[in-house]
Every structure is written in structure tokens, then in C-alpha cells.
Design a protein around this ligand. Structure first.
Ligand SMILES: [Zn+2]
Length: 389
């Protein structure tokens, strides 16, 4: 019997995180909007490739049968969906099945052991519900330490929520949570928080890049952590990530893994000490040789977070040509002049990436920024757009 593939929304979400230079700001919002736009429940395919193919066709059909404004809006989704389709054909098919998640837990455990990191009697598992009192937590994955075992009788290890398992991402989460388990192996009065989140992401990047390559992981980590919404929690993860990757860039990966091994045997205290910037400065003096950095380090450190704009601004700003009058652009794109003027005003007010005067675009950095994947659209804005044509 063929192995079962992921729930359709989770399938798109996971694969979307692995694509290079997407237009969207959030893979999660992208997959939500796609499933709302198309009747995905009517797709009855067994394999992930066929599901993606069917979605791709439906979306293109919708875009070509829409009015000009809707069509230009949907073109952003079509472009990203095509990248997802290409990626799905490149990935080893075994990773497009639900069974691949639990299977990868052996690889993760072995990886930790090979780095001298003990996970102890912990289990990496997929569950229907998180154990009490964490059954209402909104996470996709959780780590349980010896403290949870003592306080709540929970078996130590990592649990992934079955309803949220998705390709690429779930393996990343398993590896991320396993870091918390390794650091919490020895009981200590410190929480798994702050910079430890960035360290867990770094180690997860190292592990997942051995399965999927550094290039894909560079895209995954940026697409996962550098996106809109989510409030302070998302900001906290992002800041921890940037701080950790900066530590690796300044002090080297060896420094980080020595720290991890030490804490694995002695508790988290010296991970918490990394919160002190003075310590980084002191350690810097003892480093003599700079190591070659993994690709995902430079990918994260060169990423802009704030270049996120609405869908209309995104699809319009990248089409505006220098020297062209707003009225001519409106005619060429078959949309209203007012919509073009709104986009110019909005980008100018927020990001200063274009200049217009007397109804004409004089400068426009947006096409280049869209192409490089820095400027991104918020997919969630699609559902609330009024028809302006
Ligand atoms: Zn974490």
C-alpha cells in the first residue's frame, strides 16, 4: 500500500517553506489563502505530486478566468505555487509521506550522539493530542524534560501534533525540540527560552541540511522565521536566531558545540550566560581562526524583515516602469490610475523605495527587491481586498 501523504494545507505550507525567494511573507498565510481560494477538498489524489499538480492547474485556471485586477493579484500566488511544484519534484518522494517524520527521528538521535550530545531516555513521537496540562497549547511541537516528567508524569522527549505535521517543517521542529531535550537533560533552575531558541534553530539547520542540503535549509529558516504577524513571540524567535547566528559568525561553530556538550552534562547555566553581550566580547579575544560559515548563516544575517507590503502594492510596484506616466501604466496593466497612485504613496510612506512626481515614476527599486526575494507580499491581505477596478 502507498504511504499516506500530508493534509493538503500542511503539504503546501511545508513545501512553501522550502522554496527560494518566494514572493509571500508567510508560508502559513500563503497555504491558508490557497486552500480558501480553491476547493481543495475536491482533489482526490493519493500522491503529493498529483495534489500539488492539481492545485497548480486550478490556480492558473482561476487566474486566467478572472478580471484584470484579480488576475494580477493572483499572479503572485501562481508564481509561488509554480516554485512549490518544482520543489516537490526535486525532493526525495519518501519525504512527501507522513511516515517520513517518525522515521527521521532515528537520524536525529544518531546525529546528536555523533556530536557527543546525549538525549537520555527520551522519545521523539507524533501524537493526536499533547499530554495534560499542555493539551491546549497552540504549538506544532513540544519538548518535555525531566522536570515535566517529575511535575506531570510526562514521558521525556519531543511530541509533534499529528494534525500539524508537514513536510520539511516537522523534521526541522523535531530537531529543534531535541536541542531543548539535550539541554534539559540535567535538572537546573533555568527555562528553555531566549537565546536557546536560536541555538535550537541553528542545530536544527545543521541536521536538516544533512538531509536536504544547505541551500534548501537557507530558504527554510528565512521563510520560517522572517515573516509578518505572530506578535512578540515571532519577534523573539527571530531575534534569538539572529543573535545565535551572529555568535557563530563571530566565535565559530566549534564554540557553540563545546557549549552545548558542556550544558548537556552540566545543565543550561552557561547557555543562559550567553545572554550577556560582554561574554561574547571576552570570548572573541581567544578565537584565532575564523571557520567557514554554513550557507544558512549568511542567508539569515543578510535578510531584511521589514520589507513586507500588501498584495496590491507588491503586484503593482514591481510592474511600474521608470519614466512611464501613471495613466499609461494604468492602461498597460488594465487597472485604475487611483490604484497605482495609492501604491506609490503607500511604498513611499513606508519604505522610500520609489519616487514619483507630476504623475510619473522617477525612481523605482521595487522590481529589483521583488526579484531578490527581499520585498514580499502578505498573502492574508488577499481575502480582504475590495474590488477597485
Ligand atoms: Zn524551542
Amino acid at each position: 500500500m502507498k504511504e499516506k501523504t500530508f493534509d493538503t494545507k500542511n503539504l503546501i505550507n511545508g513545501l512553501a517553506l522550502g522554496i527560494s525567494k518566494p514572493g509571500f511573507s508567510s508560508a502559513d498565510d500563503f497555504s491558508t489563502t490557497i486552500t480558501q481560494l480553491l476547493d481543495v477538498n475536491s482533489i482526490h489524489c493519493e500522491s503529493a505530486l498529483d495534489i500539488i499538480d492539481s492545485i497548480n492547474k486550478k490556480l492558473k485556471c482561476l487566474a486566467s478566468n478572472s478580471d484584470p485586477l484579480e488576475s494580477i493579484r493572483l499572479s503572485a500566488f501562481v508564481e509561488d505555487m509554480e516554485k512549490i511544484s518544482l520543489l516537490s519534484k526535486k525532493i526525495d518522494p519518501q519525504y512527501l509521506t507522513v511516515g517520513s517524520i517518525e522515521k527521521s527521528s532515528n537520524f536525529i538521535t544518531t546525529w546528536f550522539e555523533s556530536r557527543g550530545l546525549e538525549l537520555g531516555p527520551s522519545k521523539l513521537r507524533v501524537v493526536e493530542f499533547f499530554p495534560k496540562p499542555f493539551d491546549t497549547a497552540g504549538f506544532a511541537a513540544m519538548a518535555y524534560t525531566s522536570d515535566d516528567s517529575k511535575d506531570h508524569g510526562i514521558e521525556p522527549g519531543v511530541a509533534l501534533l499529528k494534525s500539524k505535521v508537514s513536510p520539511l517543517l516537522s523534521i526541522f521542529y523535531l530537531a529543534h525540540e531535541a536541542v531543548h531535550v539535550a539541554l534539559g537533560k540535567i535538572e537546573a533552575p533555568y527555562l528553555a527560552c531566549g537565546i536557546e531558541e536560536g541555538i535550537a534553530d541553528y542545530v536544527a539547520c545543521c541536521i536538516v541540511s544533512e538531509l536536504f542540503g544547505e541551500k534548501l535549509v537557507s530558504d527554510l529558516i528565512v521563510n520560517l522565521r522572517f515573516r509578518t504577524g505572530g506578535g512578540s513571540i515571532r519577534q523573539l524567535y527571530r531575534e534569538s536566531l539572529v543573535r545565535t547566528f551572529s555568535i557563530v559568525a563571530i566565535l565559530g561553530e566549534r564554540f557553540l558545540f563545546d557549549k552545548l556538550r558542556y550544558c548537556n552534562k552540566n545543565g543550561r547555566k552557561s547557555i543562559r550566560a550567553l545572554e550577556d553581550p560582554n561574554l561574547i566580547e571576552q570570548e572573541r579575544n581567544s578565537i584565532h581562526q575564523v571557520e567557514k560559515l554554513p550557507k544558512f548563516v549568511s542567508s539569515v544575517l543578510s535578510r531584511s524583515f521589514v520589507y513586507n507590503i500588501s498584495l496590491d502594492d507588491y503586484v503593482i510596484c514591481k510592474e511600474l516602469r521608470i519614466g512611464e506616466k501613471n495613466t499609461s501604466a494604468a492602461k498597460r496593466l488594465n487597472i485604475s490610475k487611483e490604484l497605482i497612485e495609492e501604491t506609490l504613496a503607500s511604498i513611499n510612506n513606508k519604505l522610500f523605495f520609489c519616487v514619483s512626481s507630476n504623475g510619473k515614476v522617477l525612481r523605482n527599486e521595487c522590481p529589483m527587491l521583488c526579484k531578490s526575494g527581499q520585498l514580499r507580499y502578505n498573502p492574508a491581505t488577499y481575502s480582504v481586498l475590495p474590488s477597485k477596478s
